[in-house]
Structures are given as C-alpha cells and as structure tokens.
Design a binder for this molecule. Structure first.
Ligand SMILES: Cc1cc2nc3c(=O)[nH]c(=O)nc-3n(C[C@H](O)[C@H](O)[C@H](O)COP(=O)(O)OP(=O)(O)OC[C@H]3O[C@@H](n4cnc5c(N)ncnc54)[C@H](O)[C@@H]3O)c2cc1C
Length: 422
C-alpha cells in the first residue's frame, strides 16, 4: 500500500489543480488520463490549436482573476468577444434576442418585435420561461430551437435556476452575468486554453494513468484500475459525482437512487483544421437550425494574435446528444459541418487538411427540476463518510473553469492543516 499524503485529490482538471496548488500541506492528485486540464485541456495538430469545445476565460471573482492573470503574465491576450448568430443564411450579432432587428426578413423581425413585449419572468420550466420572457417570436425563431439543440431534451423537463447567469437578457443577482455584447475574454497567447492548467500543475505531485475505481471510506483507502491501493486522510473528488458515489463502499440504496436521477448531456466535439487566412471570422457562431449539426462553432485561431498569424484555421464544432436526441456517425457530422462552413463562406472545402472527432461523455449537467435536491443529498451523504466532491460534475453544476478554480481555492483554505504549535 502506498504512503499517505494528507490530501488525496481525484482528477487534475481546474478544480483539482487549484485545490492542490493552494493547499498548504502535502497532496497527491490521481489523474486517470495522461495529461492535466480535464475538459480544459488543449490539443495541437498540424499547427492548429484546439480545445474540447471553444473555451475562453472571464470571471466575476477578483481572487480567481488575480491568480490567473499573475500566473499567465507574458502569455495572455484579452479581447472583446465577437459572437454571432447564424440565421437563415445571415450572420447577426449575438445574442439573437438583442439583435433580431438586423435580420433581412422584415416579417421575422416584426414577429420577434411583437412577442418580445411580454417580458415576464416567473415560469417554472425552460420552454415556458423562454416564451414568457422573450416573446413567442424570439422563442419560436431562435431560443427554442437553439436550446433544444443544446440541451438535447424536452425543455419542459429543464428548470430555470441557471438562466440568470447564462441567458443574455435575464441577468439575475448572481455574480456571474451572461456573456453579452461587451464581454471581454482572455485566452493564452500560445498553447491553447490548457496552457493555464499546465502552468498551475507545475511542481504539483500528480500520478497519471491512475483511474480511481473503488473507495473504502471506513478503511480510508482507495484503489486504482492498475490494482494499487492507497491511503487517504482527506479525500476530495472532482470526477463525476455519479461515478464516484457508485464506487464508494457501503453507499445506501436511497443515495444510489438519487445518483440515478442525475442526468447529463454528451458532446461530440469536432476539430477541423483548414488552410487559409482567417479573414474576419468571428470568435463564435451560434446556430439553431437543426439541419446544421453543431449548435456552436468556435474559430479558435482568432483567440490571440499569435494564433491568427499561423497559416491554418482551427475550427471547433460542438454537437450535443442524448438518448432523446441521437446524432449521426462522425463522418456524417463532419461532412454536415464542413458543408455549412463552406456554404457560409468561412472555408473552402478544398482547404480542409484534417478532421478529428472527440467523444465527451460528460459535457453539460442537465438542470432537471430535481437536480439540486438529488445533488445535495448525494454530496451530503459523501460528506458524512469524509469525502468532498467539487467542480463541474463533482457538484453537478453548469460552471466554468473560473468557478472550479474558485471552489478549489476556497476548499484549500477550509481544510488547511492546523499549523504546528511553536
Ligand atoms: C463545450 C464546453 C465549453 C466550455 N467553455 C468554457 C469556457 O469558455 N470557459 C471556461 O472557463 N470553461 C468552459 N467550460 C467548462 C470547463 O471546461 C469546466 O468547467 C472545467 O473543466 C471543469 O473542471 P473540473 O476540474 O471540475 O472537471 P474536469 O475538467 O472534468 O476534470 C476532471 C478530471 O478528473 C479526471 N477523472 C475522471 N474520472 C477519474 C477517475 N475515476 N480517477 C482519476 N481521475 C479521474 C478526468 O480525467 C479529468 O482530468 C466548457 C466546457 C465545455 C464542455
């Protein structure tokens, strides 16, 4: 059996790395893969820099901003986010609900304008809320088809306790505001979004290729897939809450039932490397049309001046799926996406150099009406056996890397070992 650092962390994504970086005692991170960054890792091929879905950095948390900006000094680029909506052959600024007036079709504009006077806010499911808040026209033409494409579920099954942080035009009291017209975002000048996390990881004790497969809270041990057993005195997990709980010995039936109720969305991420000048490609394009495979496309070569100077375009397409929304095979998704990129004038078909498809099992946690109660019950039980679970899928919440870093920093303070008496 291996030694006993005071803190063992499962997962070297943003939450686990930030925790270990700020923890004042000895720690060990067990990481299933062979690299750091988790969903924030980057992949480079053929001169193009790709992320697992388009990533950029922005945060309302001063402490997180201070940490990341200091860390990335000399390898950082900030710019005003240029996002657009693709609608019926035209590109208009994002978000649709603020810019539909720029659409060429006067009838659509009139319908959106008429409906948008409703502006109510009290509905209980996403479908009704979108219609009540933005009006039937805006909902019918963009927000309903877009959200159906993204969430891959019936929108009546989705709660609204996240919209104030995510849907422009519904800003709530939470610190995080939705991305909008004037949002400035940051990105490493070189190395992709993952460069942030490779920098945080420097000097930390990380064991790669160590997939945790069993946890015994009574004996305070865990086992990895290669058969190694380790002791822990503090255990923090950032792996998906559902998978963690199922592997913890002695988990009661009601907790396992709660785990079964937590739902998520899978993603197919396409990386398209193309020759040619990026021209005036925006940073992001949002697409509601169900005939076009992705709901969002990131032109990652626009993320920094250094990436723009490269002779290739690095295009990332995000496609959500679930048992309720099946998608085609990789070849058909790539063909459909390249067709759209070419017909919209972003690339020429002949410019495509290489394409890759990545499967992401845990893409977005689904905000079902019982998510919060189920999640709290599961995390509550884990806490009683001495296990903490943080991060995007560790806390089953729709959060970005900055919030995961914040959680790691906060937990490091909370569990800091008591200083030795002098
Ligand atoms: C399409 C998409 C776009 C996004 N865009 C942005 C953006 O623009 N800006 C932003 O800040 N954030 C963005 N995010 C969110 C961001 O990627 C996540 O919030 C963040 O990576 C979550 O960090 P985490 O540490 O909680 O988990 P993860 O990044 O998922 O890391 C968990 C780690 O645990 C490891 N692991 C899993 N199981 C085990 C096991 N059994 N044993 C050992 N290790 C294990 C995994 O290999 C992984 O390395 C986006 C996410 C997606 C999917």
């Amino acid at each position: 059996m291996n030694g006993d650092p005071s803190l063992v962390v499962i997962g070297a994504g943003p939450a686990g790395l930030a925790l270990a970086r700020h923890y004042s005692g000895p720690s060990l991170i067990l990481e299933a893969s062979h690299e750091v960054g988790g969903l924030c890792r980057s992949i480079e091929f053929g001169g193009g820099v790709f992320d697992v879905g388009g990533h950029s950095f922005h945060t309302p948390h001063a402490e997180v901003a201070g940490f990341v900006y200091k860390l990335m000094r000399g390898n950082w680029h900030e710019q005003r986010r240029d996002a657009r909506v693709w609608f019926d052959g035209a590109l208009i600024p994002y978000p649709f609900q603020a810019h539909f007036g720029a659409l060429p079709d006067a009838a659509v504009v009139a319908e959106c304008r008429a409906g948008s006077r409703d502006g109510r806010d009290e509905e209980e499911n996403l479908e009704d809320w979108l219609v009540a808040r933005f009006g039937a026209g805006v909902a019918r033409h963009f927000l309903l088809p877009y959200n159906r494409k993204l969430w891959a579920h019936d929108l009546r099954d989705i709660a609204c306790d996240w919209v104030g942080e995510r849907i422009a035009g519904s800003e709530g009291k939470a610190a995080r505001k939705p991305l909008g017209d004037g949002t400035h975002v940051g990105y490493p000048a070189e190395g992709g979004f993952g460069a942030i996390f490779r920098k945080i990881a420097k000097g930390l004790d990380i064991a790669f290729g160590k997939r945790v497969v069993a946890v015994d809270p009574e004996a305070r041990t865990l086992r990895t897939a290669d058969g190694e057993e380790r002791c822990w005195s503090q255990l923090v997990s950032t792996m998906p809450l559902t998978e963690l709980t199922r592997m913890v010995g002695g988990c009661p039936e009601p907790v396992l039932d709660a785990v079964a109720g937590l739902k998520h969305i899978r993603l197919k991420i396409l990386h398209i490397l193309a020759a040619g000048d990026p021209g005036d490609a925006p940073h992001r394009v949002y697409i509601a049309d169900p005939a076009i495979p992705p709901h969002k496309v990131a032109f990652n070569h626009t993320a920094s001046p250094a990436l723009r100077k490269r002779p290739v375009q690095a295009i990332i397409a995000e496609i959500a799926h679930s048992p309720h929304k099946k998608v085609g095979d990789d070849a058909s998704l790539i063909a459909g996406t390249v067709d759209w990129l070419a017909s919209a004038g972003f690339i020429r078909r002949a410019d495509v150099i290489e394409t890759r498809a990545i499967d992401v099992e845990h893409g977005y946690p689904l905000y079902t009406h019982d998510r919060r109660a189920l999640r709290d019950m599961v995390r509550g039980w884990l806490a009683t056996v001495g296990i903490r679970s943080i991060g995007r899928f560790g806390a089953w919440s729709y959060v970005n890397s900055d919030e995961c870093i914040r959680q790691g920093m906060a937990l490091a303070r909370e569990i800091a070992p008591a200083p030795n008496p002098a």
